[in-house]
Design a protein around this ligand. Structure first.
Ligand SMILES: Cc1cc2nc3c(=O)[nH]c(=O)nc-3n(C[C@H](O)[C@H](O)[C@H](O)COP(=O)(O)OP(=O)(O)OC[C@H]3O[C@@H](n4cnc5c(N)ncnc54)[C@H](O)[C@@H]3O)c2cc1C
Length: 462
């Protein structure tokens, strides 16, 4: 076999998938996975492990795939990751483990993400579970939020023997994995819920519909309910808007609201009791992964979709794979374009948006060239919906109801990178609540570091 080229992964045809919510990528079967695993050179000093924020022993699990030992491969991954089926699907591997793969110098990097997905999916089909703690410590820890940071922190603490309860504001656990990332990229029932079940199988308790800061505060959890440490993994779910004229019109959504309605309330299902507006022509503003998800969801609901982004193709922050999928499915990209005003009819419903052309000027503090308006280049796009995907920040509810918890000027909780310790003794934090909107695997890495930090803190208290 040609070792320079990776085994291609099967996908749903672009024309077919543009009309359904089923998963786009179909993953490897046994034969394909074992063939791809053979491309791993089992390096003595594996750079891929350094590229993984949770340090999975990648060469070890790939060697196990080579010999058909899926159970062994699953337990190897589970030592470092509570959510392998999720990460195998949504991690930006090209800039992490695969970005460091030695195979990538002269050809394709080993398809580490797809192999991880294969192991996790096969283990799930075979009913293989992660290994739990042998001894209990008799100490209670509260975890706020059931996104990737909270699930990872809870799973690691349970494996160490702590009595862990996750408090989740919504009625479903999973954070962005259930309410943000769409079904066609990350199936909820078949994948996310099963991985959450695995975390629960380690002994983690889960209480949904509990809003910390409203139902109960962190101080009450620690002073009245016997929790000796708390991890805050409450994410960054507060959407930003542009503050342009007309943004309050009906038919203007934040990407978060649009995706939450579609995912969590199953509004894409005509029989759902929470219907979503099905736009005919929709403009999505922004160029990140969230914008791609919103655009591809609107397309599947039947709309013609334009992505309006103020920089060029090279600067699009979304993963290349997602941009490629969006283009194949028929999304139209209006690059170097910025919205100026949204128009509405006499009843307040969106009828169109005025945009202006941009060109790239001098680099800004992020090192990227700043977009500058081209005078007199305004033009209109008719549309009946506008979805704003301009980023999110942490909700201030927890920080404003917790004594002595320091936040920075971006409203993010201040926590030490190596162990998640905040300014308040016994309170740790990680994930998007600390960094602002980032990635699943970085949130998991932070959850892991905090679990270690909490263990050290509670062990030193004895
Ligand atoms: C649409 C979309 C697509 C994305 N795609 C990708 C991708 O492809 N790859 C990738 O790596 N990353 C992606 N991301 C980013 C990634 O999902 C996040 O970085 C990650 O989920 C952050 O994890 P977290 O645990 O910090 O927070 P979250 O996943 O946001 O979870 C926080 C949880 O805390 C709960 N919570 C909040 N406040 C309270 C409270 N007061 N009390 C109790 N519970 C509370 C929330 O309800 C939520 O369940 C995407 C994000 C979005 C929005």
């Amino acid at each position: 076999m040609d070792g320079f080229v990776r085994v291609p992964v099967r996908e749903q045809d672009a024309k077919v998938r543009a009309t359904n919510f089923e998963e786009v990528c179909l993953g490897y079967n046994k034969e394909e996975a074992e063939k791809e695993a053979l491309r791993c050179l089992n390096c003595k000093n594996p750079q891929c492990v350094q590229g993984c924020p949770v340090s999975i022993d990648i060469p070890a699990f790939i060697s196990q795939v080579k010999t058909g030992d899926v159970e062994g491969a699953y337990q190897t991954i589970s030592k470092s990751s509570a959510l392998p089926a999720v990460c195998g699907r949504v991690c930006p591997q090209e800039s992490q483990c695969e970005g460091k793969c030695i195979r990538g110098i002269k050809g394709d990097a080993v398809s580490i993400g797809k192999l991880e997905r294969y192991v996790a999916d096969t283990a799930r089909e075979l009913g293989i579970k992660p290994e739990g703690a042998k001894e209990k410590k008799g100490k209670k820890v509260a975890v706020i939020g059931s996104g990737p940071s909270g699930l990872t922190c809870a799973g690691d603490l349970a494996k160490m023997g702590y009595d862990v309860t996750i408090f989740e504001a919504l009625h479903e656990a999973g954070g962005v994995l259930v309410y943000g990332i769409p079904e066609f990229r990350l199936p909820k029932t078949a994948v996310v819920k099963k991985e959450i079940e695995n975390v629960k199988s380690l002994g983690v308790k889960l209480e949904t519909d509990v809003v910390i800061g409203k139902s109960v505060t962190i101080d009450e959890l620690m002073e009245k309910e016997g929790f000796e440490a708390v991890f805050i993994g409450s994410g960054a779910g507060l959407p930003r808007f542009m503050n342009i004229p007309g943004e309050q019109a009906m038919g203007v959504f934040s990407a978060n609201e649009f995706l939450t309605r579609s995912n969590l309330m199953k509004a894409f299902d005509e029989n759902s009791r929470t219907p979503i507006m099905r736009p005919k022509k929709c403009v999505v503003v922004g160029g990140g992964n969230v914008a791609m998800d919103a655009a591809r969801t609107a397309l599947r609901l039947g709309a013609e979709v334009h992505v309006v982004y103020r920089r060029g193709e090279e600067e699009l922050p979304a993963r290349k794979e997602e941009v490629g999928h969006a283009k194949e499915e028929g999304i139209i990209f209006d690059l170097l374009t910025n919205p100026v005003e949204i128009h509405a009819d006499e009843n307040g419903w969106v009828t169109g948006i005025t945009c202006i052309r941009m060109e790239l000027g001098e680099p800004d503090e992020s090192g990227r060239r700043s977009p500058v308006e081209v005078p007199g280049s305004e033009f209109d796009i008719d549309c009946d919906a506008v979805i704003m995907s301009l980023g999110t920040s942490p909700n201030p509810l927890i920080s404003s109801t917790t004594e002595g918890l320091e936040i920075n000027r971006r409203k993010c909780i201040v926590a030490q990178e190596e162990n998640g310790q905040t300014s308040k003794p016994g309170v740790f934090a990680g994930g998007d609540a600390v960094t602002g909107a980032a990635t699943v695997i970085l949130a998991m890495g932070a959850g892991k570091a905090a679990a270690k930090g909490i263990d050290e803190y509670l062990s030193s208290k004895q």
